[in-house]
Design a protein around this ligand. Sequence first.
Ligand code: FA5
Length: 348
Amino acid sequence: MIEQHEDLLEQLEALRSRALTELAAIHSSNELDEWDTRYLGRNRGELKNISAVMPKLTKDERKIVGQKINDVKKDLEHQLAEKRETLKQNELMQALEQERIDVTLPGRATPVGHMHPLSRVMLEATQIFARMGFNIVQGLEVETDYHNFQALNIPADHPARDMQDTFWVSPGQILLRTHTSPMQVRVMKQTQPPVRVVVPGKVYRNEAVDATHEAMFHQIEGLLIDEYCTMADLKGSLERFAQELFGEKRRARFRGSYFPFTEPSAEMDIDCPMCDGKGCRVCKYSGWVEILGSGMVHPKLLREVGYDPTKYRGFAFGVGVERLAMLKYDIGEIRLFSGNDLRFLRQF
Ligand code: FA5
């Protein structure tokens, strides 16, 4: 028995010295946790394993060995706590070193965006009409066949439908609006004269895309209804609009045209802002460029929305916003607007 308890004391000393040598070589909290479990762990720690022999010892031996176990345990726990504190300090110093902020470094520039050229022209154009007393309203991009065509005097078999190839949502019933004119119908059905509105927004046509035609583009619709209103009001308002947008010098001319929902109908040209009407590639050497379609609101449409055509009359127009922007900024390719090429967009 004597031998056994001395043997145990030796084992405990050996364990202490092995544990302390290993402890000295530890450099991270993870390793330290492993060390803690290995030597001091309550389930399978080495100290615990040695203590398992205790019941086999005599009372006196238990006292000596028990004291030794406590002594080694306290020593290891003490060294562990110290090591933990040292590691914590080291890790903190390391983190401070690595995460140090160099206040002398130049700051990161925050890129500042700006308005898309189309939005700019759309805003500028609607504000010109707003100053003339028009209200700005928003319409729906998904429309019914009734508002986009039928109410505007374009029945199902009307050839004018071919001019605006349609993206159908449900054929014959729901569509992506091909122009902003359906808002004429909605506004008039909702309000009583006098009416003065402009409607900016996206429109869609299922057509072959080229340098001047997109499948999605923007229009600004205008509508004025009152008891007294003539073609002279239409011409005066639209010429004033062109002068505010393109400069005081601009002249307008009106050419007879056809839209089923206006009578008479006219397209408006302005003398080319690029060459002052002298002739250039933009105006195809004619000196004039077309900017909008317009006309006096058809009595059929007035009746359709419940207005008395013997009492009220009005004018309407539809402007292509891309066309305006191309003329204003001398852009020869419509697809640049939706191409999202920053080299193009940054020029504005
Ligand atoms: C119309 O859309 C009529 N709703 C305009 C109108 C309104 C007439 C009120 C009378 C009263 P039009 O299809 O011509 O008309 O189109 C009007 C303008 O939209 C054109 O002058 C043109 O500038 C522009 N536009 C037409 N198709 C395209 C396209 N594919 N891409 C870009 N712009 C287009």
